[in-house]
Ligand binder design. Structure first.
Ligand code: KG4
Ligand code: ZN
Length: 326
């Protein structure tokens, strides 16, 4: 079955055609990032305006690239939660209109769950497992028995992990989105130069990133930092964040007595994070699977893939489907 996936939860407009939840026939993603850059963060009104202007071309282009037609699509899967309300509304309204006009079934898909599914786009994965999702809007640990039984284990109490990368990059005037800039700067930095650490949380599987961001802010405040100092701050910050992600993910595996861990979301594109997870996994004899690099950031292939899985297992949505920001 060919599934058309639609993803518009944040600043991307993405459409993909995926066969049987596995084979990506096409995936087209357009980002409005360059229009947000000067504000050093996403402006929701700009994001939804751009999505409104591009959604039908992006969907047409995904269909054209896939070498199947709209008539061959068996299901339309769309991100309906969580995300920016205006952005979600564009995708959901478009998917509903397509579903009605083509007479094809419709299914709303949870954005975080689709980030978990993105690891399945790379290889065959067995249930159950622990999943860590680290993105610009979320940092969450889940225990996944299957995609209809996802148990939240912990989440951030304040800033999301990617948001902390973005804010630290803003403090250091490195550009937006911050993650790739910090990763690049950290490569030549000294991880031991600054003693940054992530705050403890009462519930051991929760996260907190606002304290470390503030610590960086105080270190940088009223100073004209050299390039080398910025490199050291980036390396020390990144190392502490990776350390806490590793500690809590492996703790979750031990609590849930599983040896399988999946990692997805934009921050999972970080190479240093990948290396450190792999090396700790060897020590702890845990099997770690990352989402393929190209599908870490928001994309519609993961939405189509998860849509297929849920549809096969009985999930359905009606034309009363609505966007839910939380
Ligand atoms: O999953 P995503 O595309 O969007 C959300 O659902 O939020 O994640 C975007 C986030 C941004 O905060 C960005 O700075 C971060 O992922 N990111 C990275 C890297 N690439 C993207 N963070 C650290 N290292 C990277 N290489
Ligand atoms: Zn995302």
């Amino acid at each position: 079955m060919f599934v058309l996936g639609i993803e518009t939860s944040c600043d991307e407009t993405s459409a993909a055609v995926v066969r049987d939840g596995k084979v990506i026939c096409s995936c087209k993603t357009v980002s409005s990032l360059k229009f947000h850059k000067k504000y050093k963060g996403i402006v929701p009104e700009i994001a939804s305006r751009m999505q409104l202007e591009t959604i039908s071309q992006v969907a047409d282009s995904a269909i054209k690239d896939s070498s199947v037609g709209y008539k061959d699509i068996g299901l339309i899967g769309v991100t309906d939660r969580p995300g920016l309300l205006g952005s979600l509304l564009v995708g959901v309204s478009f998917a509903k209109a397509l579903s009605f006009s083509l007479g094809k079934p419709l299914l709303g898909v949870n954005h975080l769950h689709s980030h978990i599914f993105s690891a399945f786009l790379g290889k065959k994965i067995k249930f159950p497992f622990v999943a860590l999702i680290v993105s610009g809007g979320h940092t969450s640990l889940f225990y996944v028995r299957d995609f209809s039984k996802i148990e939240p284990l912990g989440q951030t109490q304040d800033d999301a992990c990617g948001e902390a990368f973005d804010k630290v990059a803003k403090i250091l005037s490195l550009g937006y989105p911050g993650g790739p800039h910090i990763e690049r700067m950290a490569r030549k930095g000294n991880v031991k130069k600054y003693k940054f650490s992530c705050s403890n949380t009462i519930q051991p599987l929760n996260f907190s990133f606002s304290g470390i961001k503030t610590a960086v802010m105080y270190t940088a405040r009223n100073k004209s930092l050299s390039f080398k100092e910025k490199q050291d701050i980036c390396a020390s910050f990144q190392e502490s964040v990776i350390k806490v992600l590793i500690k809590k993910s492996f703790l979750a595996c031990s609590i849930k007595k599983t040896n399988d861990l999946i990692i997805g979301g934009g921050v999972a594109a970080n190479k240093r994070l990948r290396e450190e997870f792999y090396s700790e996994a060897k020590v702890q004899r845990i099997s770690v699977n990352f989402a393929p690099l190209a599908y870490c950031i928001d994309n519609a292939a993961m939405v189509a893939g998860l849509g297929y899985w849920l549809y096969k297992n009985g999930s359905r949505s009606g034309l009363n489907l609505s966007a839910r920001p939380d």
